[in-house]
Design a protein around this ligand. Sequence first.
Ligand SMILES: *Cc1c(COP(=O)(O)O)cnc(C)c1O
Length: 430
Amino acid sequence: MTETRKSEALFERAVKVIPGGVNSPVRAYGSVGMNPRFIQGGDGAYVFDTDGNKYIDYIGSWGPMILGHNNKEVLDAVTRACQHGLSFGAATAIEVEMAEFICEHVKGMDMIRMVNSGTEAVMSAIRAARGYTRRNKIIKFAGCYHGHSDAMLVKAGSGVMTAGIPDSAGVPAGCTEDTMTAVYNDMDSVKAIFDQYPEQIAAVIVEPVAANMGIVLPEKNFLHELQALCKSQGTVFIMDEVITGFRMGFGGAAEYFDLDPDLRTYGKIIGAGMPVGAYGGKREIMEMVAPVGPVYQAGTLSGNPVAMAAGLTQLKILYNDPSIYDHMAETAEKLFEGMKELLNKYEKRYTLNYIASLGCMYFTENSVKNYEQAKTSDTKAFSEYFRYMINHGIHLGPSQFEAVFVSNAHNEVTTEQTLKVFEGWLEGRE
Ligand SMILES: *Cc1c(COP(=O)(O)O)cnc(C)c1O
């Protein structure tokens, strides 16, 4: 049995002074009937907890650690930046370099604004879209998560789904009355909203690969039809690339699926583990943002030089070595295909969705193409699976509705070890 005394002791202290003992609900282990393991450090594809247990990490800080933990180049860049001071609340050169680098290498990105989280990025992009169109209504998809701003906490996926809270307390009805919810992969559900509110939809926001209800892939043409509909209706098409950006390739899902969104939101990877988010896209929309335009959006620590040093260094590594994307896709394919083979061997008919370096196994025989189908998964069976995996050194997100994140530091060794543990679980070994 895994030793967890120190984590348990920390958790006991934590719950007294932090709600639920965690600073973000996705870190809680309540839904899998455990207490969290406290992480002491990481290296490459591994993390270590305070009790000295070593895990193959498939969380990767929910995406940012795409190069693995403790990447030397990123750490060196951060150290150098720190030596000049941590923050000035004034313009710095590295912010320009960051914006130039992204605008130069991401097709369709004319201008970009840095913020401090994915939540902020989405909230700001929505505001810019509303300011630009002078319309109020927005459409999101059930099961897609776009951060925890008031207007977005409607059928919002993972953390919210696991807790079984459809919406959040503390959000006035007025804040969500303009948020319409459509069904992922279902254009008719989108068209119905457009028909009901002609010329009132400011923006449609979508996760191009839904990564907060497990992993749900867009069906053929779904995103292209969505984009075309937005264009024909004068609606801003926003792709939330907080997870897919710089992961499905440097150009994210937009490049992967050959799309041209009006706005894109980033988070997670863009900061390499530091708190960074960004939104950007078409010049005429971004020029609505203050101080050029009338849409107010600000941030004391936005574009922080230390965070920029981390993020830009990671982005340069990713851009300069496209083989990283091939390596991650190959590693993920071996892992997920290996899991599928074992599922077949042990006659378990669970659904496994994956694309690029993201995947999710659902405890259901149904195919999963939207939120309702994702919810057919047996979350109790997931809990048992999760407990087995973590107690055998495999660190997964503690919820059925989280993705498995493969990084560039994962390799044949981690895949083989993971599949070995997976087979142990299928066999019902101790
Ligand atoms: C994580 C996430 C967000 C929110 O980002 P935070 O940095 O947690 O605020 C928004 N959109 C998507 C798709 C995400 O996965």
